[in-house]
Design a protein. Structure first.
Length: 345
């Protein structure tokens, strides 16, 4: 009796699907789709749920003689496949980044203790070759124009291409695309001296990207970001822009000039040290404070340091006051610090 029971018992228990080795799709150009296709087991299946490793996946169920069914990324299914159905799963993944990427599908079926697993992998590669993938401007003083950096671009297969203007440029940056080795379609070749073909018909074997940075409207701190370029054929490549916008002057300590509570009739002085390595400072003045009660003066101490003093006259009337200390630079820009305090009765 024991031997027949051991033979029948595995047929009654739910089966665990075998693990499928990863399907390698190889290198795929950025801007294209990685397409993987898997054959489902030919046994009778009651599909209950499908899970994708990424929400970017588009999943189709293919059956012979029937239109493909789009499956949800995560959700309940009610699909029954008969024995010998020859069904297949097909998945599309947009390739947006360079490097190797591993994805998978998991298909749950009624009566199974574990899902069917369908792993696959691919490598995102750019069809373009760049002289540099990161453009670093380094430290750029606020209000200045950085030196132009040029990047040479060409296709790895040597074919001609035409680039579209980049979108969503980081603030302060500008890009100019200049075709190199341009050639024209035969039916659109210029005729006669001095005639030029339209830009839309222009393709080239290489291009030169001229990248500039103007920090006039940028706050101090890091600037830049990931810049995406697309060709007319839909292929893409990315260029990383980075810079550090630095204020030409540093006021120490940071924050407002606070006189605090000043007894009436007493002369008070608030001092501020300015680090000015580039010789930016041209003029200092007070705004919003009576000239008879407040005087500002400044002097250079050497080692690129400037001492600013705000003098409060003992004739100042009682009450609170608030104004601004304004620093004007050689480039016409300005820096401001609040001046606050209170004179007691």
């Amino acid at each position: 009796m024991l031997l027949p029971l051991l033979i029948v018992l595995p047929l009654l228990l739910p089966q665990v699907p075998a693990q499928t080795p990863p399907q390698d799709l190889g290198p795929i150009s950025l801007g294209k789709f990685a397409v993987a296709q898997f054959a489902l087991p030919s046994q009778a299946l009651d599909l209950t749920r499908v899970e994708a490793s990424c929400a970017c996946q588009k999943i189709e169920l293919l059956l012979p003689g029937k239109k493909a069914r789009i499956l949800p990324h995560r959700g309940v299914l009610q699909i029954t496949l008969p024995f010998g159905h020859q069904g297949r799963l097909r998945v599309f993944v947009p390739v947006t980044q360079e490097g190797k990427k591993r994805e998978s599908l998991r298909l749950w079926c009624k009566g199974q203790r574990a899902p069917f697993s369908f792993p696959f992998q691919f490598e995102g590669v750019s069809p373009f070759s760049l002289s540099q993938k990161r453009v670093a401007f380094g430290e750029v003083l606020l209000g200045k124009q950085a030196a132009v950096i040029r990047v040479r671009v060409k296709r790895r297969d040597g074919q001609a291409f035409s680039l579209l203007p980049p979108r969503n440029l980081p603030k302060g940056f500008a890009v100019q695309v200049m075709p190199l080795g341009a050639r024209f379609d035969k039916d659109k070749r210029p005729q006669g001296p001095g005639l030029k073909a339209r830009t839309s018909s222009l393709s080239s074997s290489a291009a030169l990207l001229s990248i500039s940075l103007n920090t006039t409207d940028l706050p101090p701190g890091p600037a830049g970001g990931n810049l995406e370029f697309k060709s007319v054929g839909g292929e893409t490549f990315h260029l990383w822009l980075s810079a550090k916008v630095k204020d030409p002057v540093t006021l120490l300590p940071l924050g407002p000039l606070v006189f605090g509570l000043v007894p009436r009739g007493r002369r008070e002085i608030a001092k501020r040290l300015v680090l000015d390595p580039g010789g930016w400072l041209r003029k200092v003045r007070l705004v919003g404070l009576p000239k008879k009660a407040f005087v500002v003066r400044w002097k250079k101490l050497g080692n690129k340091r400037v001492l600013i003093e705000v003098l409060l006259s003992p004739k100042r009337q009682a009450g609170s006051f608030r104004g601004k200390l304004v620093l004007l630079g050689e480039d016409g820009s300005r820096r401001e610090r609040v001046v606050v305090g209170k004179v007691l009765n």
